[in-house]
Design a protein. Structure first.
Lengths: 227, 248
């Protein structure tokens, strides 16, 4: 058990360290996030009457898309240089190492998105209370996106047209998180209680934490046996 | 029991049993389906509120019914693929996924045609409509992944994992879509709220459903046979079969 934990910690720290050496890869999803949010006032309407009710949904969709965009990096580099095969040979169960990698992915993409959210939320005229709830839903929701996304990233590893295929497979699975994320923000804007919905999102997170790494580990084994 | 199970894994055995089964599935299915549809379209009484427009259920409901159960069948086959590495289970998944996607599309399309006279609009973001649309995308994802991976074994297991992940998610998606819908609009339309149907209405419907199931079975067998022939092209029994002129 102790060795499992220290292996997880080592994998996590390694992922964070190697990613920090490529800061552009970390910055791109954030820039993409800002760009997508910007398209809505430009493309639909800059009026407060549109942006205020739609703001929570816009930010959630933008966050979902930028997580999706960053998923390709989750295993790609390790797959190319053979690190992934080394990880599979470790005595520790693979799903724990996949879990560690997913957590690292969230710390590097999901968390910065949450930090950036208040700024963009002000720009789409969300109000104080809604901004807080929005950040909270993203804080609970983005790890679910990373965890489910790891399954898709593992399945499409080593394929040529991985990007579009990944979106096609993963977006339907993201729908529940999106619905509850935006629904909670809307309920908060109307002044309704949100504790129950936040608890449900927490349930999604618990489910994803316990089940997704198993599926992703199985998918990794399949993709690597292919090579 | 286990012997049958092992035999089922043999493509040759399957090919033989499927050829014997298929005429039955086809003709009984055609008879049931046509009889059900004709009875439903021409002879069943008109509905009290919707008049004749309700008659599209004799196509719509069987398609929707089957579209959902095909995914469950695929999930069962996916377990078999992953646990017992049975080749035929993968042949099944690959062969029926396009049929499932097509049936989902058919259900959505007939639903839209039905929605126009009843609700006054082709499409509403109703919970059931939306979850059917998501189901179609899940089928599309499984098909796309299967096509993208060249290696037969990896492709089989990867698709199996995706289908299983999908089947775990379907109840969650269904539940959250329902929740989302009730949050945004009160249940103006509900497909489920039918008046108690008269037996002249539901008997033909049941016949149409059973008929479509059998036709699905026939089409699945046909596609699986083709797939088996392609995959086993190098074995002796396939060569002998071809030399005999294709008949068994």
């Amino acid at each position: 058990m102790g060795s499992d934990l220290s292996a997880m910690k080592a994998v996590m720290l390694r992922d964070i360290k190697t990613s920090l050496r490529q800061p552009q890869d970390l910055l791109n999803p954030l820039l993409f996030f800002i760009l997508v949010v910007m398209l809505f006032p430009l493309g639909v309407s800059p009026e407060v009457e549109f942006l205020q009710p739609a703001g929570g949904g816009i930010l959630w969709v933008a966050a979902l898309l930028s997580v999706l965009l960053s998923l390709d990096h989750l295993f790609r580099h390790d797959f190319d240089d053979g690190t992934l095969e080394q990880l599979m040979l470790q005595p520790q169960p693979l799903f724990l190492l996949v879990l560690a990698k997913s957590i690292a992915h969230w710390l590097l993409t999901g968390l910065p998105l949450v930090v950036l959210t208040p700024l963009l939320a002000v720009m789409v005229h969300l109000e104080g209370n809604s901004i807080g709830v929005l950040c909270l839903t993203l804080l609970i929701g983005t790890p679910v996106l990373s965890l489910i996304g790891a399954i898709g990233a593992a399945l499409t590893l080593g394929l040529r047209s991985a990007g579009v295929l990944l979106s096609l497979m993963i977006i339907p699975l993201y729908i529940p998180v999106l619905i509850f994320g935006t629904g909670t923000v809307m309920a908060a804007a109307e002044g309704a209680a949100v504790a129950g919905q936040l608890a449900l999102m927490g349930a999604f997170l618990a489910l994803a934490l316990t089940l997704a790494p198993f599926a992703a580990a199985a998918a990794l084994r399949i993709s690597l046996s292919n090579g | 029991m286990w012997q049958i199970f092992h035999k089922l894994g043999s493509p040759k055995w399957f090919y033989g049993i499927a050829s014997r089964l298929m005429p039955w599935l086809l003709w009984v299915g055609v008879a049931l389906f046509i009889a059900g549809v004709i009875w439903g379209l021409a002879f069943a009484p008109p509905e009290r509120l919707q008049g004749n427009s309700y008659r599209i259920i004799y196509i719509h409901v069987p398609a929707a019914f089957l579209a959902q159960s095909v995914y469950v069948m695929m999930a069962v086959a996916a377990v078999v693929t992953l646990v017992w590495r049975m080749k035929l289970a993968d042949v099944f998944v690959k062969s029926v996924a396009p049929i499932g996607a097509l049936l989902t599309f058919l259900a959505l399309f007939t639903g839209a045609v039905w929605g126009k006279p009843t609700w006054g609009t082709w499409w509403v973001w109703d919970a059931r409509l939306t979850s059917m649309l998501i189901l179609m995308l899940l089928y599309a994802g499984a098909i796309a992944l299967g096509r993208a991976i060249q290696d037969e074994k990896s492709s089989a297991r990867a698709v199996a994992v995706l289908v299983l992940v999908g089947v775990v998610n379907i109840p969650i998606i269904q539940y959250s879509v329902e929740w989302w819908n009730t949050l945004h609009q009160p249940s103006t339309f509900k497909l489920t709220e039918k008046p108690k149907m008269a037996s002249e209405m539901w008997v033909p419907l049941l016949m149409a459903i059973l008929g479509l199931y059998m036709l699905f079975g026939w089409l699945a067998c046909l596609r699986m046979q083709t797939e088996v022939l392609v995959r086993e092209g190098r074995t002796r029994w396939v060569k002998e079969l071809i030399q005999q002129g294709g008949t068994r």
